[in-house]
Structure formats: structure tokens, C-alpha cells
Design a protein around this ligand. Structure first.
Ligand code: GTP
Ligand code: NA
Ligand code: MG
Length: 405
């Protein structure tokens, strides 16, 4: 992407700050719309993305959720942004998520403009907010520092144009440019499964141009762009750098923060399949207790040094025989240990014990009862039942050697 092919692009601004300090209201005031009244419970659930025009110049805004549960998503919000607007309520002051937001912006090396909001409130104290922010190395310009702080009221729509002018000023100093004549590259801002339309992803195009018909890959999802809708709900045929669009046509729902690239179909499918396989491997490691099917792989990776087994059988004699034979099975990497053995059907308590010990269950001439079956499913405990002792021994041996049929 040679620099001479790059052309100016609009700045991308992320609005951050503590819950209820007025991020969405401020954006409403900027857009002169009313998004907050449509939000369930007044808490922003997704990162909304909007393009606005101010004095003939475009600015893209990302609204990030203020709730603590969305910290991870907000952290990603700072990665795609050119300028962070830190919203601090003048009556509430600096709060835990204000500090988090400062840290995210600093980590992303993104300049911060502070919007001191709710200055219409009776308890508003902008000077106190400045004092608090100075403790976090944000020194206001009027105190000799270099952080722009603009007092605003989203409700009374005061200070809004000052804020927009400051945004343009800071953005212009960055000389933001991108080459539109490249395959599209961007970031998934949010995504969901729509009943009628399938996976719908809000994409911020950052480089290149995204067109209808382009093959795209985002995380483990891929597909052909079937339709694109801009932030005003209009269908569009292409999206240039710094444009947020809803994209239809992915085969699955990507995750917020996933990188999107436009490529050929074969590459997209190949890369997606590789990522899916990798993800599955990681999921198995994270979620599942030991099972005969993935045993060898996990032994190879040094994750399992001892195969724990719970043995249940119909008669005591069988248990003794099974236990002795099982504990003789070993190879260089792993040995077998029977952590519990008993006569009778496989019960829920056997499953819970196996789950705690990361063991699999071998039943000989017995079966799990209904509660045990249910528990095995939720606890992801591998339950194997046999009628022939040698079948049980052969399976365990084969699993350890990576030769299970
Ligand atoms: P989350 O997305 O949930 O983190 O909240 P938010 O930061 O987007 O805040 P939101 O815009 O939802 O506003 C929170 C509350 O503060 C609402 O009741 C708003 O009406 C109120 N509010 C926002 N801005 C102002 C303002 O300038 N003045 C006054 N008085 N109230 C405001
Ligand atoms: Na809110
Ligand atoms: Mg909000």
C-alpha cells in the first residue's frame, strides 16, 4: 500500500466513558436523532456506528457500551479509532470505567478529547472533573496541559459544535489517509443472527473498498457480500475507507473485533476452515473432560500425564479383573489410574466424581441411569459401556497409542 496511493479519509471517533455519563445522548445530540429512547433499559448493547457531516466534513462515530460487562468489546473499540472522546458527567466525575477508558485509549496511543457532559445539572462541577482527570495525566489546556476538554450538555445541545470543531482539528493533525483501490480490509464492530437475513455484521471498512459480490472472511466466517446497508438504513453498492456498513452474506456470525478481509473464494474457505479447526481444538481443551477420542492428542501435547478411570461393573470379580488389567496399560507418556470402582449402575454421583477427577467412566455390563446420562452430557464426561472385557482394554490401549478406530 504505497503512501502516494492514499487519499484522505474521515476520522473514526470512539465515544467512551463510564456508564450513564451520556455517551449515547451526546451522539444523539450530534446526530440530532434519538437513539437512547429505542434502547432496552437505556443501556447500549452494541457498538453503534454512525457517519455525520459537519461543515462539509465527514466524521465517523462509534458508540461503545458503558457497562462493565462489555469491557473487552470496548477495548477493541479503541483499536479502530483515531480519536477517543472521553465522556465524563460533570456531576458524577471520574468513575472506574472513566479510568478504564483512559487506559484503553492510552494503550491504543489514541488522542483523547474530554467532553465534560451534563453541565446543565445542578450538581455539575467541571473544575472538579478537571482536577480528577489531572490526577490521571490528562491536564486541561487552560491549565497549561495539552488535553482538550469541552464542556457540553447533550440535553441542552450546548457545546456540541465546539466539540465537533475540536475533533476535526485533532483529526486533521493526524493526516488520516487510506488507499481505496485495494481489496477491503476492516473490523467487525458488531454482529448478530437475524431471523430473516441470516448473519448480519456491522463492518468498519478501514482500507480499500468493499463491494457487493466481494468474497470476504472475518474470523471463522466467510461468504460473498449479498447486500450492504449504511448507517441511515439505505442500500449501498460499495463502502469506502472509514465507512461503517451492515454486511449480509456471511455463512456464520463473526465476533466483534474480528478482522475482515476481502479475498478469493478458495483462500477465504481455506483460512476459515483452518481457523475453525484451531478453535475447536482450543474449545476441546477448555471445555471437555478427558475422553478416549481426544486422549492421544492431549497426551502428545503433554496435557495429560495420567488417565483417570472410574470403573462400574455388575459383579465384584469383574471389577478386580478390569482394575488390574487397566492399570497395567501404560506407555512412556501416560499411565492409567482407576480412581473409583464399584458394583451397580452408573449413577449421577459417579459422573460428578469422574468430572472432578477429570476421569472417564467405563461400565461393564451396566448402563448409566437417566440422571447419570444427563449429568454426563452437562459435565462432558465420556461414558463407555462394554460387554467384553477385552473390548474395554483394547479401546483404552488404542486411545493411548493414538490408534482408536
Ligand atoms: P451507557 O451506554 O448505558 O453506558 O450510557 P451512556 O453513557 O450512553 O448514557 P446515556 O446517553 O444513556 O445517558 C444516561 C442518562 O443521563 C440518561 O438518563 C440521559 O437522559 C442523561 N443525560 C445524558 N446527557 C445528559 C445531559 O447533558 N444533561 C442531563 N441533565 N442529563 C443527561
Ligand atoms: Na445509559
Ligand atoms: Mg449508551
Amino acid at each position: 500500500d504505497p503512501p502516494e496511493k492514499r487519499v484522505p479519509r474521515p476520522p473514526v471517533i470512539t465515544v467512551m466513558g463510564h456508564v450513564d455519563h451520556g455517551k449515547t445522548s451526546l451522539l444523539d445530540a450530534i446526530r440530532k436523532t434519538n437513539v437512547t429512547s429505542r434502547e432496552a433499559g437505556g443501556i447500549t448493547q452494541h457498538i453503534g456506528a454512525y457517519k455525520v457531516n459537519y461543515q462539509g466534513k465527514q466524521i465517523v462515530f462509534l458508540d461503545t457500551p458503558g457497562h462493565e460487562a462489555f469491557t473487552a468489546m470496548r477495548a477493541r473499540g479503541a483499536q479502530v479509532t483515531d480519536v477517543a472522546i472521553l465522556v465524563v458527567a460533570a456531576d458524577d466525575g471520574v468513575m472506574p470505567q472513566t479510568i478504564e477508558a483512559i487506559n484503553h485509549a492510552k494503550a491504543a496511543k489514541v488522542p483523547i478529547i474530554v467532553a465534560i457532559n451534563k453541565i446543565d445539572r445542578p450538581g455539575a462541577n467541571p473544575d472538579h472533573v478537571k482536577q480528577q482527570l489531572a490526577e490521571h495525566e490528562l491536564i486541561p489546556e487552560d491549565w497549561g496541559g495539552d488535553t482538550i476538554m469541552v464542556p457540553v450538555s447533550a440535553h441542552q445541545k450546548t457545546g456540541i459544535s465546539d466539540l465537533l470543531e475540536m475533533i476535526l482539528l485533532v483529526a486533521e493533525m493526524q493526516e488520516l489517509k487510506a488507499n481505496p483501490n485495494l481489496p477491503a480490509h476492516g473490523t467487525i464492530i458488531e454482529a448478530q443472527l437475524d431471523k430473516g437475513r441470516g448473519p448480519v455484521a456491522t463492518v468498519l471498512v478501514q482500507r480499500g473498498t468493499l463491494h457487493i459480490g466481494d468474497t470476504i472472511i472475518a474470523g471463522t466466517s466467510y461468504g460473498k457480500v449479498r447486500a450492504m446497508i449504511n448507517d441511515r438504513g439505505e442500500k449501498v453498492k460499495k463502502a469506502l475507507p472509514s465507512t461503517p456498513v451492515e454486511v449480509l452474506g456471511l455463512n456464520d456470525v463473526p465476533a466483534a473485533g474480528d478482522i475482515l478481509d476481502s479475498t478469493d473464494e478458495k483462500t477465504a474457505r481455506g483460512v476459515a476452515e483452518k481457523r475453525i479447526a484451531k478453535k475447536k481444538e482450543e474449545e476441546i481443551k477448555l471445555n471437555s473432560k478427558v475422553s478416549l477420542d481426544d486422549l492421544f492428542q492431549r497426551i502428545k501435547e503433554g496435557e495429560i500425564k495420567e488417565l483417570n478411570i472410574v470403573v462400574k461393573a455388575d459383579v465384584q470379580g469383574t471389577i478386580e479383573a478390569l482394575k488390574a488389567s487397566l492399570e497395567k496399560i501404560k506407555n512412556d507418556e501416560v499411565k492409567v489410574a482407576v480412581v473409583h470402582a464399584g458394583v451397580g449402575a452408573i449413577t449421577e454421583s459417579d459422573v460428578m466424581l469422574a468430572s472432578a477427577a477429570n476421569a472417564l467412566i467405563i461400565g461393564f455390563n451396566v448402563r448409566p441411569d437417566a440422571n447419570a446420562r444427563k449429568a454426563a452430557e452437562t459435565e462432558k464426561v465420556d461414558v463407555r459401556t462394554y460387554r467384553v472385557i477385552y473390548d474395554a482394554l483394547n479401546d483404552v490401549e488404542a486411545a493411548i497409542k493414538g490408534m482408536l478406530a
